[in-house]
Design a protein around this ligand. Structure first.
Ligand SMILES: Cc1cc2nc3c(=O)[nH]c(=O)nc-3n(C[C@H](O)[C@H](O)[C@H](O)COP(=O)(O)OP(=O)(O)OC[C@H]3O[C@@H](n4cnc5c(N)ncnc54)[C@H](O)[C@@H]3O)c2cc1C
Length: 351
């Protein structure tokens, strides 16, 4: 049963889908856009709370957007490494109330974009169009946007590609304050290339680590789990289907940060679609800093390092991050050089 035809179907009303719909409806108000999400109300909010909710100031600046629904201001990042190496750096960012942020975007675009609770089941290509079978009927669309997260149905239906790794992560809200303004990361062999984090979350703390790699914190008031996909796929599987954010596994394999790139990919995809040249989006992704292969290479190397090996590498930075430490690590060659290269790109592109 064919219910309706639209120009663009956005699957997923999270950060990437919502920012895409916002940008496209601004660039081309005549486009007929439907955005669907399988979750609504409390279940939608709960899903989107499973996050550290840390976003850099740079992410908002890139989008020419004021930060909204800020729970905490971030001014410092502390990294705790094996060998008693502690690095403190200035950081400029925010802990946002992500469900409230998303609701504010939905309120802003409602009227220009149809937002519905519905689940995508499958997609079929038909000449220039795509037929989407959803839980509320079939939709014929000229373009489909896969903003449906780590296990994207859009990707599974239209691409033979899949993320190189999908990491299950535990997250807890803990009734205990964190140091105000500070995001803290602890590294070590037990985290297998990842880390444990402790971020402020209003007056409480947001704590997490890869599943099976950390200890249950005290004073837990909420316990969750979600997946982080890394090792990106081609974000343009066919010329009228674009994958954004986690659906394209754009998360940085070294930092596990995905919010900035989810929002930025949405903006770039909307701009390319509005211009009628979706390949521009694919070119952006291939050429941009976020897809730099050094991040994946560094993750592959460091995930099997033991604490002693990590200490030897991080000795280069005991006094703090800087050109001297980077040069020392690069000159050692081999694995040190591979990881140092990723650090260098990380400093350049930010978080
Ligand atoms: C525990 C954890 C902590 C994190 N912390 C941070 C952090 O502090 N900073 C940071 O930068 N990144 C962080 N990330 C990564 C970040 O959360 C993701 O990269 C980001 O959420 C990607 O946004 P997205 O919109 O692409 O996908 P998602 O946020 O996954 O949104 C996908 C949406 O699609 C909907 N959907 C899925 N399937 C369907 C379907 N078939 N039909 C209709 N709708 C569907 C879902 O309900 C959901 O609303 C964290 C990730 C995890 C797991």
């Amino acid at each position: 049963m064919l219910l309706r035809s639209v120009d663009v179907l956005v699957v997923g009303a999270g950060l990437s889908g919502s920012m895409f719909a916002r940008e496209l409806s601004r660039l081309d108000p005549d486009m007929d856009i439907i955005m669907i999400d399988r979750l609504a109300d409390g279940r939608f909010d709960r899903y989107h709370r499973i996050c550290g909710e840390a976003v850099s100031d740079r992410a908002f600046k890139e989008l020419s957007m004021e930060p909204r629904h800020v729970r905490n201001r971030i001014v410092k990042a502390r990294e705790i490494w094996p060998g008693d190496i502690v690095i403190e750096e200035n950081a400029n960012g925010f802990i946002i109330d992500r469900p409230a942020f998303l609701r504010s975007i939905h309120d802003e675009i409602r009227g220009k974009v149809d937002i519905e609770q519905s689940s995508l089941r499958s997609l079929q290509r038909e000449r220039d169009a795509i037929i989407a079978e959803t839980s509320s009927g079939d939709i014929r669309c000229s373009n489909v946007i896969g903003a449906d997260g780590a296990f994207s149905t859009v990707r599974k239906n239209l691409s033979s590609d899949f993320p190189r790794q999908t990491i299950p992560v535990k997250q807890f809200i803990v009734d205990q304050p964190s140091e105000e303004g500070t995001i803290e990361f602890t590294y070590g062999q037990r985290y297998a290339g990842g880390y444990s984090w402790r971020f402020p979350c209003g007056g409480m703390s947001n704590v997490g680590f890869p599943l099976g790699c950390g200890d249950l914190p005290l004073n837990v008031v909420e316990e969750n789990a979600r997946f982080i996909p890394i090792g990106s796929v081609d974000p343009l599987p066919v010329s009228n289907a674009l994958l954004l954010g986690d659906a394209a596994a754009m998360v940085n394999p070294l930092s596990f940060g995905g919010i900035r790139v989810a929002m930025l990919s949405a903006q770039k995809a909307a701009q390319a679609l509005a211009k009628g040249d979706t390949s521009e989006y694919q070119r952006w992704w291939k050429g941009c800093g976020f897809s730099n292969e050094s991040f994946w290479n560094a993750y592959q190397v460091s995930k099997v390092w033991d604490d002693d090996r990590m200490t030897r590498f991080m000795e280069n930075f005991r006094g703090g991050y800087g050109l001297l430490g980077l040069t020392r690590a690069m000159l050692k060659g081999g694995e040190d050089r591979m990881v140092a290269k990723a650090f260098m790109h990380s400093f350049r592109y930010g978080w």
